[in-house]
Every structure is written in C-alpha cells, then in structure tokens.
Ligand binder design. Structure first.
Ligand code: AVJ
Length: 289
C-alpha cells in the first residue's frame, strides 16, 4: 500500500533522517563486512545478484563492488517502482561499471518465479529489514519462495532490524520533521487517487507504537473525530470513531532465535551473521538447508 512513486520517494527521504538508524546501520555493516561476506560466499562461479526491493541500489553497490573485484557479476534488481529501478541502473553503471544489469519491475514473489536463467551462483539480497513488514507466517511463505529460487551453493543475504531500547525504536518511526507521517498518510492519498476514496488526510494523525508481545513497531492512522469516508471503487462507506485507528504497517524487530524460527520451516539455515559496530541491525548469510 505504501510504495507507489510518491511513497517510494518519501521512503527515500526517511532513509536520510538522522533518527532512522536502520539504513545507516546496515550500510555500516555492509561496508565493514562486504569482503568477509564475499569470502564466505564465493565458490568461484560467476554470481548473479538478485535483489528484492532494490530501490535505487544505494547499498547494493557496496556488495557489487566486492563481488565484481573477484569475478563476473550480474545484477538483477527487482522493485515495484520503475523510477527507483532506472536510478539503480544509472548508479550501477556509474559506480560499478562492468556489472551487467537486468532490472525487473515486479512484486517479490512473481519475480522469484520468473528469474532470468543463470548458470553460476545465485545470491539473493533482501535488505533493509523489509522482512519485518511481514508477520511470521507471511515471512516464512516469502522465504520459501526464495528457497525455491535457490540451488545448492546459492545464498541469501537477509537484513533484519534488531530489538533495542524502545525510545530509539519509537523515534525512528515518528520523526520530528513528519516525514514518516507523510509516508503513512500517503496510504490514504493513494486510496483517494486509485480507488476514488474521499479521505480528508488532515483528519487523520500518524501514530507509532511499540507492541512488546509481538516485538514490533506498529504504525497507525488515528481518526481525529468521528467521520464517514466513501470509497467509490469499493462502493463502501467506512465509519471511524474519534480516536479509532487504521493499523497500516508492522515493523518486526528480531533476535537471532526469532530469525532461525523463520528460516527452519522455509528450508534455510543461517551460516553467519554480520553486524554494525553498535549491533543495531544484522545481515545474515543464509544457505539452503
Ligand atoms: C522498508 C520495511 C525497512 O519497517 O523500517 C520506515 C518501512 N516504515 N518507516 C521499516 C518504514 C516507516 C521500513 N522498511
């Protein structure tokens, strides 16, 4: 629901926020450990890097550089945003010339089922803790699709955000500039445009809260006052009580045991985990089980 062209652009803005630590922490982990990751991964065959939700490939180039230094590397960025993908293509051509790029505009699962054939080693990338937007059963289902796109010798690098102190978590999802609020409210803007919705965006307030039991940040949109909203394309009228919320997103924060609980039923095993210096996030090197 979030990642239309405008949503993708606002998400890019979020990743620049000082309080939004996940992007910088993951970049730090990749910069620090790219060579160790490539060492642990490499079997000498040409590598095809398939990145789900590649965006503009800002972090991917760190790994592509380390891989390309050792051998033939191709890059298959997958994203629902064509705008982001064309920026990704330009970036890779500029920063890691020699890497062939084959972009796919698609959601994750259909792309995994229709990847370009490849003889060498396949490396799947799923970074940015995007897995955290999926509740466990859905995360396992997605990991299974990834497993089906892998053969012996292939690998997955999975980025996960980690549990940490609650103020840090809350600040990352409720920034003082209101960028995350705009990102959240864009879900309503999008329903208005694409489904003939009649939401008055100013009558909803962005809210981020920590759900300890589910180990996740939740984003909600809270109704300011009682209101009724028509959505033409659905022939639906929604009634919102004052203070009632629309639960728009989850962002799960993991520990290692939780990651392993997702991998096992998907037929995957964790070989190694890499961290930023502050252990805010992890990047796991994962193999078919
Ligand atoms: C794209 C899933 C990594 O959950 O942190 C950022 C999305 N939502 N701020 C996250 C998001 C609000 C983000 N991921």
């Amino acid at each position: 629901v979030f990642y239309d062209a405008r949503g993708s652009a606002i998400y890019e803005e979020i990743t620049d926020l000082a309080v939004y630590y996940p992007t910088r922490a993951e970049t730090e982990a990749l910069l620090q450990h790219a060579d160790a990751m490539v060492d642990a991964l490499g079997d000498g065959r040409p590598v095809s890097v398939v990145e789900l939700g590649a965006g503009t490939a800002l972090k991917s180039v760190i790994l592509l550089r380390a891989l390309h230094a050792r051998g033939a590397t191709t890059f298959v960025p997958v994203d629902v945003s064509p705008t982001a993908l064309s920026l990704a293509c330009e970036r890779v051509a500029r920063e890691v010339p020699g890497v062939q790029v084959h972009a796919i505009v698609s959601a994750h699962e259909p792309a995994l089922a229709a990847l370009p054939p490849h003889d060498g080693q396949r490396l799947l990338l799923f970074l940015g803790s995007s897995i955290g937007n999926y509740e466990d059963p859905a995360a396992i289902a997605l990991l299974r699709h990834m497993r089906h796109a892998m053969r012996a010798g292939d690998a997955l690098l999975l980025g996960t955000d980690l549990r940490k102190d609650i103020p840090t978590l809350l600040a990352a999802y409720d920034d003082p500039q209101g960028v995350t609020a705009r990102f959240n409210l864009n879900a309503l803007v999008r329903i208005n445009r694409e489904l003939g919705g009649h939401f008055e965006v100013g009558r909803f307030r962005h809210q981020a809260l920590w759900n300890e039991e589910a180990s996740r940040i939740e984003m909600h949109l809270m109704s300011l006052g009682r209101q009724q909203v028509r959505i033409d394309a659905l022939d639906l009228v929604c009634t919102f009580e004052d203070g009632e919320t629309i639960h728009t997103e989850n962002s799960i924060k993991y520990d290692t045991a939780h990651v392993d609980r997702l991998l096992e039923p998907a037929g995957l095993v964790r070989q190694a985990s890499f961290h930023d210096a502050g252990h805010r996030v992890a990047v796991h090197l994962i193999r078919p089980g």
